[in-house]
Write a protein that binds this ligand. Sequence first.
Ligand SMILES: Cc1cc2nc3c(=O)[nH]c(=O)nc-3n(C[C@H](O)[C@H](O)[C@H](O)COP(=O)(O)OP(=O)(O)OC[C@H]3O[C@@H](n4cnc5c(N)ncnc54)[C@H](O)[C@@H]3O)c2cc1C
Length: 222
Amino acid sequence: HVYLDARKIEKFEDRFPSITASCLSAGIDPQHELIPVAPAAHYVCGGVKATLDGATSLQGLYVVGEAACTGVHGANRLASNSLTEGVVAGTRVGRALSWKLPEEVSTVDDDVEGALIDSYHRAALRSAMSRYVGVLRTPDGLAAAARILNTLGANASADVVPTRKAFEATNMLTVAIAVVEAAHTREESRGCHRRTDFAEPRTDWMRHLSCRIVDGRMEVSA
Ligand SMILES: Cc1cc2nc3c(=O)[nH]c(=O)nc-3n(C[C@H](O)[C@H](O)[C@H](O)COP(=O)(O)OP(=O)(O)OC[C@H]3O[C@@H](n4cnc5c(N)ncnc54)[C@H](O)[C@@H]3O)c2cc1C
């Protein structure tokens, strides 16, 4: 980590009460000590492909906010634009649905058995993503992350108790695999995606990548 020197900021406690409280709870007095700062995941760029009215390719499924990819953010999200998107797209989807509800969708197959991973795998998943798929992405790091995620995926079983946490862990794993595959495929640096082996943006990569699960495998296409 690096250090943030807030010692000379006047009335720091009044201006940043939440930061002061979390520093104090960690045993750091920001008025007299340096604050250690480390990068952390702050926003997921990309998401379920959706229009600004929240509509997706699946009838009846609406996605808004950070979970959606509407295209407004490009390769990076400018500060505070997540709020804008949540408010704008949230209002639009509410308005659109108040005019017309989608037609009822009939279930295709009730008997599909879903395999889940146990929620305790979340710690290993988070640690692999933070360590290898963070600010700077290296080929070795992405390969290591892919190996760890594959191992976690191999633990998926229909015998896992279907709790909310197990579903969340399984969804986190699916999203993580998509992020790693897309990061591996995109051989350039653009926006918040930084590859050490491809340091510059490339014109032929000025496009979105789509991830889709086909026959149990993550497929990435341009
Ligand atoms: C540290 C930090 C600082 C940030 N600072 C800024 C900033 O300054 N400006 C800015 O614009 N953006 C900022 N962001 C990003 C912004 O906070 C998020 O992008 C935004 O809150 C996303 O809104 P959302 O409604 O899409 O999702 P969320 O705010 O994540 O809301 C999702 C909700 O769904 C609930 N939920 C989850 N699972 C389930 C379930 N199974 N059933 C029912 N409910 C469920 C969650 O509890 C949550 O309330 C920051 C993010 C972080 C982490």
